[in-house]
Design a protein around this ligand. Structure first.
Ligand SMILES: Nc1ncnc2c1ncn2[C@@H]1O[C@H](COP(=O)(O)OP(=O)(O)O)[C@@H](O)[C@H]1O
Ligand SMILES: [Mg+2]
Length: 406
């Protein structure tokens, strides 16, 4: 046989060997080398000619060391080129002393809201989904929240998702709502819901609601002290006590509180969020203008669920999120949730007004309380006020045993 005839056979054996070796190392060595090769070809180095190196690879995530004097921004300059090279959208972030490079999955654009299931051990509910998990607000863990974003970012939809979940999961006997709708449209859908104890829309009335809740919170702490407990969950487990309700204060557009001539609304609100960690009061604030006069350090220090939707510019993003980036979100419920130092990108659930009405219809205030009273065979209705009748109704109908598990 001539050499020419042997060549194809030789090539075949050689190629099979290479494929076998690639398979054997499961792409590990090859891909690791490739990223290092990319840094060299791209010229990503410091003045000492030191290039980044892959230190660890977990699937398609890479941990890369940072040569002295380089930073995340130096890496980000090559993001586009690296995406072309890896044929994947990527995220680069700091992870300890390393740069983490990982694939970026596109979030779904629209995720329809469904009523969540109640978990017995806390006061929490989901608001949307990240790349790989459900984003949950856990109010027992982090009692207070703000929702920030420019017009069209999805604040109103998020508000409807939150309030629909709250009224669906917690009974009138367990939870009451204090709605301050300074924009006079947004919270209207929840105005006639049984849980709604107060619905106000002027700055003056909002100030009064906040002042009353502050008083109530102080009273609760006195009660806790007398009973040698430190929070609502322990208190409600004590035998023979009248269980305290969770209270949710929702203030739509806190910027409007700055219109208070006496300047007391914002001051009282700050006091309230500062002291009410354990009393069972959960505050939600929304704003479209996250500047330092609205979200100052006091607000930030006491609000640990930060829902940041698309912001007008990077300055607003820094105020709301402590970093830039929210200005690049897509709008329509695309956001970041920041708890402590943890930030996660997510897509908020979508709900239409019609659905809100459908879900909350059964919680509409009783028009004619007497009919319902008769139907459950209660007496003495003539001597009771409407409020008392409703209280009775909820106390009779609702099963409070879940509180024992808290
Ligand atoms: N979670 C979401 N998923 C998909 N689309 C959304 C979502 N939230 C908002 N949108 C879209 O954006 C529009 C504006 O949302 P909205 O909540 O009214 O914004 P904002 O109150 O911040 O001005 C909505 O009418 C809807 O079309
Ligand atoms: Mg709105």
């Amino acid at each position: 046989m001539s050499n020419n005839m042997l060549q194809p056979m030789f090539d075949l054996v050689w190629d099979s060997g290479v494929i076998f070796l690639k398979w054997l190392f499961d792409g590990w060595i090859v891909e690791k080398k490739d990223l290092n090769k990319f840094f060299k070809s791209a010229g990503l180095k410091n003045r000492n000619e030191e290039y980044p190196e892959v230190r660890k690879q977990m699937g398609d995530k890479y941990l890369v060391n940072i040569p002295v004097s380089l930073n995340l921004d130096d890496f980000k300059r090559y993001q586009n080129a690296l995406e072309i090279y890896l044929q994947n959208k990527i995220n680069m972030s700091l992870s300890g002393n390393f740069i983490m490079i990982e694939p970026r999955y596109e979030l779904k654009e629209l995720i329809k809201y469904k009523i969540p299931k109640k978990t017995s051990d806390s006061i929490k509910f989901p608001i949307g989904e990240s790349e790989n998990k459900t984003m949950v607000l856990d109010l027992k863990e982090n009692p207070h929240s703000y929702i920030v974003g420019t017009t069209g970012s999805g604040k109103s939809v998020m508000t409807k998702v939150i309030l629909t979940s709250i009224v669906s999961l917690y009974k009138v006997a367990e939870l009451e709502l204090y709605l301050c709708d300074l924009k006079m449209v947004e919270l209207n859908l929840f105005r006639n819901i049984e849980h709604t104890k107060k619905f106000v829309y002027t700055v003056e009335d909002t100030t009064q609601v906040i002042a009353d809740l502050l008083e109530e919170t102080k009273k609760r702490y006195d009660l806790f002290m007398q009973n040698e407990v430190t929070n609502i969950f322990e208190y409600n487990k004590l035998p023979g006590v009248r269980r305290l309700k969770y209270q949710v204060l929702y203030v739509e557009e806190i910027v409007l509180l700055l219109e208070d001539k006496k300047k007391s609304a914002m001051k009282l609100l700050k006091q309230l969020i500062a002291i009410s960690r354990a009393s069972g009061l959960y505050v939600f604030l929304t704003t479209q203008r996250p500047d330092n006069t609205v979200i100052d350090n006091v607000v930030k220090a006491n609000i640990n669920n930060r829902i940041v939707l698309k912001c007008e510019d990077s300055k607003n993003s820094v105020v709301a999120l402590d970093q830039e980036g929210a200005e690049n979100l897509k709008g329509n419920g695309h956001g970041f949730l920041k708890n402590g130092s943890n930030i996660e990108e997510f897509q908020g659930y979508f709900i239409e007004d019609e659905k809100v009405k459908e879900y909350t219809n059964k919680f509409k205030k009783v028009e004619n309380a007497e009919i319902k009273v008769k139907s459950i065979g209660m007496k003495n209705k003539a001597t009771k006020t409407n409020e008392e009748i409703k209280e009775d109704l909820s106390n009779n109908i609702e099963d409070l045993s879940f509180l024992d598990n808290l």
